[in-house]
Design a protein around this ligand. Structure first.
Ligand SMILES: Cc1cc2nc3c(=O)[nH]c(=O)nc-3n(C[C@H](O)[C@H](O)[C@H](O)COP(=O)(O)OP(=O)(O)OC[C@H]3O[C@@H](n4cnc5c(N)ncnc54)[C@H](O)[C@@H]3O)c2cc1C
Length: 417
């Protein structure tokens, strides 16, 4: 499929970036107008590299949620845009698109959707095969180093010294937490929201829970002290701090704030899922009346794992042989405190090996969301993580790539430029 690049080559569409968004954009353009001459340029030697490693090698393609507003609520950045865009190409459309090409998806109990093969190569091969069928030309190990606007279209200079021209350019170069990665777009006049990392786990070096690594809680609420940021979900204690969906969601919604704080913050954990401290106090009071003679340490509340419960009691100063009927008022207060807002110091972050994304990128007010074309630069389109759109973990980031890629590809096919 790889074509030798010639300076005379001219295309209806060049797609920058051979990732999920780039492939989907190119395929949508060809799907709507098979006569188009389309090329994908990828700077690395590997196509669809992130799809290959995604979802632990299984590729979490999308999320099983049909309502666009509820789906869009999982995007800390680009929520309003996604609400609008998902009406044009939704998770159900993604499923149908892949199923039409023989790739069946399954839904896990938490809503994440994977290929039934549990193998990301199923998705990679499907996209590569379809691109070949559609006659899309592909250049790998070709980095585009500059883009010059023409009266109609663009001239691209490549790292190999070549030049290519195209009438439409789809930028699907993905995210990058480095600000200068976007300089070539700024030079074209595209406004960029400064990028920062999202979806990371929280380092808590002095955590009194460190040795409980591996313990997880089905549902806990995490808050960033001094802010309104709070997220709930399963929480995992690790040897470096906190992970699991609740921690990742907090990192996504707090991405910019945490960067400003240099990743030093106080995290408050509500292990009980109860809405207020009084409710926690009442549950403890009720237990003390029901079983006054039973030992506290061996009698966990709130379905907490026994070792975690023991640690929370120990940190409240409750000695191992104390029974419920003898719980002193000050110990009870400390236990309530530990259960409702257990305070833990965060210092630093660790990239989540399963998925990390960039918060920031191409500023959405500059983009026409009906077409994904820049409002002032005719023929320049955007798709995927290069945009200031990013989601929680769970298939939301790929869905943004499929949706924006499809909308851009269709608009390019219909533009008749
Ligand atoms: C380890 C990991 C696992 C993940 N798992 C999931 C998951 O299971 N589900 C989910 O929804 N999301 C997941 N994500 C996030 C998801 O992979 C991304 O959001 C998605 O790949 C974005 O697609 P994209 O096409 O916009 O960008 P990318 O996939 O990053 O593709 C952009 C491509 O552009 C190329 N490029 C960049 N600059 C140039 C240039 N100047 N010239 C030519 N080419 C260029 C890059 O080399 C790259 O191949 C994961 C991310 C990571 C890191």
């Amino acid at each position: 499929m790889d074509a030798p690049l010639k300076s005379s080559d001219s295309f209806d569409l060049i797609v920058l970036g051979g990732g999920a968004a780039g492939f989907f954009g190119a395929l949508a353009a060809c799907g709507h107008n098979p006569a188009l001459r389309v090329m994908i340029l990828e700077k690395s030697p590997r196509l669809l590299a992130k799809v290959r490693i995604s979802g632990g090698g299984r590729c979490n393609v999308t999320h099983d949620e049909t309502d666009p507003s509820r789906f869009a609520s999982h995007y800390p950045r680009g929520q309003k845009a996604m609400r609008q865009l998902l009406r044009k190409f939704s998770a159900a459309d993604t499923r149908a698109w892949f199923e039409r090409l023989g790739v069946k998806l399954k839904t896990e109990p938490d809503g994440r959707m994977f290929p039934v093969t549990n193998d990301s190569m199923t998705i990679v091969n499907c996209l590569l095969h379809r691109a070949q069928q559609a006659g899309i030309e592909i250049g790998t190990s070709v980095e585009v180093v500059s883009v010059t606007r023409q009266v109609t279209g663009f001239i691209l200079s490549t790292s190999t010294g070549g030049a290519l021209s195209c009438r439409n350019l789809l930028v699907a170069t993905g995210g990058s937490p480095k600000n200068d990665s976007y300089d070539w777009l700024r030079a074209l006049g595209v406004a960029i929201v400064p990028p920062v990392p999202s979806l990371f786990t929280l380092n808590c070096p002095g955590s009194p829970l460190k040795d409980l690594m591996g313990i997880s809680v089905g549902s806990a609420e995490l808050k960033l002290a001094g802010t309104v940021l709070r997220q709930s979900g399963p929480l995992l204690i690790t040897h470096w701090g906190l992970s699991g969906p609740a921690a990742l969601r907090l990192s996504a919604w707090g991405a910019r704030h945490l960067k400003e704080m240099n990743y030093a913050a106080t995290v408050l954990i509500n292990w009980t899922t109860l809405p207020d401290e009084d409710s926690v106090r009442q549950v403890i009071g009720a237990r003390a009346s029901e079983v006054p003679g039973r030992g506290i340490e061996n009698n966990p509340l709130f379905h907490l794992p026994a070792r975690l419960w023991k640690r929370l009691c120990g940190l409240a100063g409750i000695s191992p042989d104390t029974i419920w009927g003898e719980l002193a008022r000050k110990d009870k207060n400390r236990l309530v405190e530990n259960l409702y807002h257990f305070s833990i110091a965060m210092k630093g972050k660790t990239t989540f090996k399963e998925e990390f994304v960039t918060c920031g990128g191409v500023d959405l007010p500059g983009v026409n969301l009906t077409t994904m074309e820049h409002k002032k630069i005719t023929g320049l389109y955007f798709a995927g993580e290069v945009l200031d759109i990013d989601g929680e973990t769970g298939g939301f980031n790929f869905q943004a790539a499929w949706t924006t890629g499809w909308v851009a590809g269709r608009a390019i096919a219909e533009s008749r430029r």
